[in-house]
Design a protein around this ligand. Sequence first.
Ligand SMILES: [Zn+2]
Length: 92
Amino acid sequence: MAMTTKTQKLIEPSDLTAIHFQCKHCSAALSVTLHKGTARIPDACPSCNATWFDPEELTKSTLKEFIEAHRRLLSDLPRAIAVRIELAPDVE
Ligand SMILES: [Zn+2]
């Protein structure tokens, strides 16, 4: 295995706390807390009412699956190993 001087930025699953949404029309922002399971994700911007999720697209259900998978992961982490998520090197 090669030596590396790269600094790995690792986070634990519990370090993920919320998904942040920002409206591209009016810049209004909303954080949906991950721990609340399938938290309410609005279909439209609470500020300007722009459509955030087209019912024809799968984006919102994919996000809900992500939130649910994260919740299941937190409650079912393996005991023998630490599971961490690596961030891209340019993430501050
Ligand atoms: Zn908006």
